[in-house]
Each structure stands twice: as structure tokens, then as C-alpha cells.
Design a protein around this ligand. Structure first.
Ligand SMILES: [Zn+2]
Length: 610
């Protein structure tokens, strides 16, 4: 992946007025020298979200969100830093300068671009088939029966693939796409597999077509639902794996629902596309559906970016139960909490909403039980649970799930709670969890690695903060007045940075820097001088990254403690301890969001804090 040039980042920052950017997402009201709005990051009735034009920053008194224009995009659109820069650049009409691509990368990129174009145009063509052709009358009436009107069909870009062998081949060729592109897209197949000279035919015939979008809303694949119940082939046919599409990486609906999921910190996982569309349109919008496959570790990691908790609504049949059990392991491994939603026999969310309205489904969401409670309740009504052997087998099964939970505190809480509910000694339960964990090291580890990246601060940013602390005159003084020790105590790789903050070093003064260097072990001194010499690290970003680090770290700790609190049940001592820690985090948070303390590069060094 080529890196965005530093000049571009600076140019983009200069060209992106924070009031204009945030104002393009939702209306801002002037309030004195600032602007205010209802906070998009937490639920509230009176606005506590402020945008400050002179500081080019935003902050929320309610939930502690805050930062500069890049953070806003990262938080609101749930994208990483480079992507936030790209989006702001295209908004400001700034050309992104990226390091040069190798010829292979160049080819790959241009194929990707062509395939995106092809999918974009194909979606429009398929939709016009659905809306305008006679041949799609049965598809339209099917949608009508399912309660999906024209507006909804348009919003989800639902289409129709004609019942012929080569409609898409002919359309694509006429639209200027070459044979290789059509084959690579997976929308057509070769009549003789492996023989590029053989003729092409359409993969999707007489099917209702649902575009599958990536995170940015680009169409990258299709899912076709059968219309003729007697037709051969599966109920759903998906695009194959292509350079654009890997079904284990994408969740249907996420590009529309991620904002709602992030807002609720909760994702409702449904089985099918139509369930998802009906539910979303009925106003329950924090929903996703895996692409007709089991949830993968990648899916779980993706959900973890937006949510702390997942509610599973799978079919009550055996296949649905197996899918749910498989899902649990990856969800727990990613550090998500899981609740199980139950449906009345014979209903799915789509049919329930159409019969009884959205409140009926909403009630099901609210009454969804925590996975472990759900299991224990089910088990205690089963006959086997009366025998010791049955009880042990059940405890063993549960301990497997607990063993993949990455958070140690949470794992401990679960062990205590389950032991007391099953009336077995805590040590025994702990032993079981321990031995389950050692049986599946590869599996658990693999899932954890996939789930990890969003937790750690990129070392690049820590490096920038280090460099900035040594060079930018006011930054270090500013940070030293802040509760930085409490922030950094759980941050990986923050040893050197802590030493700098704790030192007597005077930034910008050569003699003082040299003295500090002399106090360091050789390896750290070498690392630091490398950082200082590195022209790519822009120290101007140091302050921004520091605020971001503090706020990310506090959010992370808050979420973790809230999970613990939710699961401590009636363990009063554990609850009290978690509450005390939470109070500490909240105090820190209000410290950082107090506007009078927001560091500003322009402000003179007065030495006083109100
Ligand atoms: Zn807020």
C-alpha cells in the first residue's frame, strides 16, 4: 500500500475547515464563537457537541469525543487515518501524492478500477431490468408480496437478472468491457472452464439481484435469489471470490448500517438479505448479515470496530444452531459479547415485522439473553442436566467458549459466574477453561490476531509524538501538566515516550536534549536519534496524535470496564472495584474534554490551569 506524502496531509489539513466539513454531515448552530449540535457519537436530547473554528477542533461534553478534522472523519466514518485524508482530499479537490507503484501493482490497481466500474454499471443495468422490463413482472410482484416498495428497492439497488444465457454478456460487451474483465468479475462464466477461448454465459439467470457493497459503499459483488421455486441451483447464488470480493471479509448491509451500529455499540446479526432490508427499513438499523456463510474471524474483527456487543438471530433449526455455535467462538475471540435472540417458531425477522410490526421485533432484541445465561437456562430444563455426567459435559462445553475470550478480567468474571450458577467449585471451572485453552492454541490465537489490530496505537504515531515532544517547544510542557502517566500505563510500546515526559528535558534546547540522550541506554538513544533525523515524521502532527491516543485509550478502558460491570452480576466486591476504576477513567476523560485544557498551538505559555 503506497503511503500518502506528508505534504499532502498538510495541504489537506489546511484546506479542510472543520466547520464546513462537520456542517456537511449535519446542521451546526452558531453559539457565540463556536458551533453546536446534537452529538453524533452518543444519545442525547440537548446538544453538547461543540465545534471550535479558531482551534479547528470539536469536542463533546457528554461522551468525551473530540479532536481535529481528521479524528472527526475517522470517528464518524469509522475509517483509518489515510482513508480520512483521502476523503478530505477528494472533497477539497486536492490530488493525493502517493509513493510510486510497482508495475504489477499498477496493473492490479487498474484491473480493480475497471472491475469497480463494471459492477457499478451492472448494478444500474440490473435495476433498470427490474423496474422497467416486462420480463421482470414476477420479480416485482415477489417484492411486493414481501412488502418491499419501489423506493426501498431503489435504496438497496435491488435488480433483476433476465432468464437468458447471455443478457449480461451482451450488455457488458456493448458497454465496452473486454472478455477478461467480464470473466474476472465473476458475473459471467466460461462455457469450458479453463479454456479462455470458449464462449461466455451469465452466472445469474432469472434471479433477484442484491448488490453487495464494501465498506465505502462500492458494489463489489452480487447475491442472486432464486425466483422460480422449481429452478435448479441454490436459493442464493453469490459472486465467486474475485479481486474485489472475498465473502469472509464482507457483511451485507454494513455500509448502510455501520453508523447506527457504532452509535448503539451493538450489532444485530441476521441471516438473510431480505431480513436485513425489512428490519432496516422498519427502523431497526444496527443490523448486518453474513454472506450466506458462517461468521468468520474477519467478520468478527470488522464488527469489533463498531460494536461491543452482538445479538444473534439465527434460525431455530439445527443448521441455524450450528451456525450460531460456530459464530460464538469467533465473536468471543474478538472480544465481543454475545446475546442470543429468540424468534417465535416458524417466524423470521422479516415475517414477524410484516405480521406484527417493528415493535414486536424490537421487543425480541431487548429481551435477547446473554449467551451464557441463555445456555444455562436451556440446560437446566434438559433431562441430562440432572446427572453429574451431564453437568460436567455442559460445563466443559461452556469452558471452551470462555477459553477464547481474550480479556482476562472478563474471562475471570465469566468463570466465577458460571461456577456459581452450575454449583461447581470455581477452581474446577478454572481448570476446565485452562485445559480447553491449551487444546486449541492455534485456533484461538488465529482468531485473536485477526481481531487485534484496532486496539494498538500504530507505532508510527507514537514515533511522531516522541519526535514532537523533543522539538515543538510548548507541547512537552503542555503534556507534563496533563495526567499522562495514567493514560500511558496500559499502552503498549510507550516506555520511551514515558521517559521523555518524565525527564527534565527542555525541548528545542540542544544541550538539554544531549543530556537527556546521555541518560538513555544505547538502543533507545539510537532509536530516538533516528526519529529525529526522519524527515517523513511530521512533528506538527504530534499534538493531534497525542490527544487521539489519550481519547482512544480512555474509550477502550471505559468499554472494557463497562463490559466487566455488566457481567459481574451479584459479585459486589468485583463490582465495586470496577466502579472505582471506571470513575477514575471518567475523571480523566472530563479532564481531557474540559475546553480550557484543550492544548492549542497558538496559545501563549501562561503556566496556569484553571
Ligand atoms: Zn457525545
Amino acid at each position: 500500500m503506497p503511503r500518502i506524502a506528508q505534504e499532502t496531509v498538510e495541504q489537506v489539513a489546511a484546506a479542510s475547515d472543520i466547520v464546513a466539513v462537520i456542517g456537511s454531515y449535519f446542521p451546526l448552530k452558531r453559539a457565540g464563537t463556536e458551533f453546536r449540535a446534537i452529538c453524533p457519537f452518543h444519545q442525547e436530547k440537548t446538544p453538547s457537541f461543540f465545534v471550535n473554528p479558531s482551534k479547528q477542533s470539536y469536542y463533546c461534553h457528554g461522551c468525551g469525543a473530540g479532536g481535529a478534522v481528521f479524528q472527526f472523519l475517522m470517528q464518524y466514518e469509522n475509517v483509518d487515518f489515510p482513508e480520512a485524508v483521502r476523503r478530505l482530499a477528494s472533497r477539497g479537490g486536492i490530488t493525493i501524492i502517493e509513493d510510486a507503484l510497482s508495475p504489477e501493482e499498477e496493473t492490479k490497481q487498474s484491473l480493480r478500477k475497471r472491475l469497480l466500474r463494471l459492477h457499478f454499471e451492472a448494478a444500474a443495468w440490473l435495476q433498470s431490468n427490474l423496474l422497467r422490463t416486462k420480463a421482470a413482472a414476477h420479480a416485482r410482484s415477489y417484492l411486493q408480496d414481501r412488502g418491499i416498495n419501489i423506493e426501498t428497492a431503489k435504496r438497496w439497488q435491488i435488480g433483476y437478472a433476465p432468464n437468458t444465457w447471455d443478457s449480461l454478456v451482451r450488455w457488458g460487451t456493448a458497454a465496452g468491457f473486454v472478455k477478461e474483465e467480464l470473466i474476472e468479475s465473476g458475473l459471467v462464466k466460461l462455457r469450458e472452464e479453463g479454456n479462455p477461448r470458449s464462449r461466455l454465459y451469465d452466472r445469474f439467470r432469472d434471479r433477484l439481484m442484491f448488490p453487495i457493497n464494501n465498506d465505502f459503499g462500492e458494489v463489489v459483488a452480487f447475491s442472486g435469489r432464486v425466483l422460480d421455486p422449481k429452478a435448479k441451483g441454490g436459493k442464493y447464488v453469490n459472486s465467486p471470490e474475485t479481486p474485489l470480493f472475498s465473502k469472509g471479509n464482507l457483511l451485507f448491509g454494513l455500509h448502510q448500517s455501520k453508523r447506527f451500529i457504532a452509535h448503539a455499540r451493538q450489532a444485530i446479526v441476521l441471516e438473510g438479505q431480505l431480513d436485513l432490508i425489512t428490519t432496516f427499513e422498519a427502523g431497526i438499523q444496527n443490523v448486518v448479515a453474513p454472506q450466506g456463510t458462517a461468521l468468520t474471524a474477519r467478520h468478527a474483527a470488522l464488527l469489533r470496530r463498531f460494536a461491543d456487543e452482538v445479538i444473534l438471530f439465527f434460525d431455530a433449526d439445527a443448521a441455524g444452531q450450528r451456525a450460531a455455535e460456530r459464530a460464538l467462538e469467533v465473536l468471543f475471540s474478538a472480544g465481543l459479547q454475545v446475546r442470543i435472540g429468540e424468534m417465535p417458531a416458524g417466524e423470521d425477522p422479516d415475517s414477524l415485522i410484516r405480521k406484527l410490526g417493528s415493535d414486536a421485533f424490537r421487543a425480541r432484541v431487548e429481551s435477547a439473553e446473554d449467551f451464557f445465561d441463555f445456555q444455562v437456562n436451556q440446560e437446566s430444563s434438559a433431562a441430562e442436566s440432572k446427572t453429574t455426567a451431564g453437568k460436567v459435559a455442559f460445563a466443559r462445553k461452556m469452558s471452551q467458549f470462555i477459553s477464547v475470550v481474550p480479556d482476562l478480567v472478563l474471562r475471570d468474571t465469566l468463570i466465577s459466574r458460571l461456577a456459581s450458577r452450575l454449583k461447581i467449585p470455581r477452581e474446577t471451572m478454572q481448570q476446565m477453561v485452562h485445559s480447553s485453552a491449551s487444546q486449541i492454541p492455534g485456533r484461538a490465537l488465529e482468531a485473536q490476531v485477526a481481531a487485534e489490530p484496532q486496539m494498538a496505537m500504530p507505532p508510527h504515531k507514537l514515533a511522531v509524538i516522541c519526535k514532537a515532544a523533543l522539538i515543538v517547544p510548548n507541547l512537552l510542557r503542555e503534556i507534563r501538566r496533563q495526567p499522562w502517566k495514567s493514560i500511558l500505563q496500559h499502552v503498549d510500546g510507550a516506555e520511551l515516550i514515558s521517559k521523555i515526559f518524565a525527564s527534565a528535558l527542555e525541548p528545542g534546547e540542544t544541550a538539554s536534549i544531549a543530556a537527556f540522550f546521555a541518560s538513555l541506554p544505547k538502543s533507545e538513544a539510537a532509536m530516538l536519534s533516528l526519529l529525529l533525523a526522519d524527515k517523513v515524521l511530521n512533528e506538527q502532527m504530534g499534538q493531534l496524535y497525542w490527544i487521539q491516543l489519550a481519547s482512544d485509550e480512555l474509550q477502550r478502558r471505559k468499554r472494557q470496564l463497562e463490559s466487566v460491570l455488566r457481567l459481574t452480576g451479584d459479585d459486589l466486591a468485583a463490582q465495586q472495584q470496577a466502579n472505582e476504576e471506571l470513575k477514575e477513567v471518567l475523571d480523566l476523560e472530563s479532564w481531557f474534554t474540559d475546553i480550557s485544557r484543550l492544548p492549542s498551538p497558538g496559545r501563549e505559555q501562561s503556566g496556569s490551569i484553571q
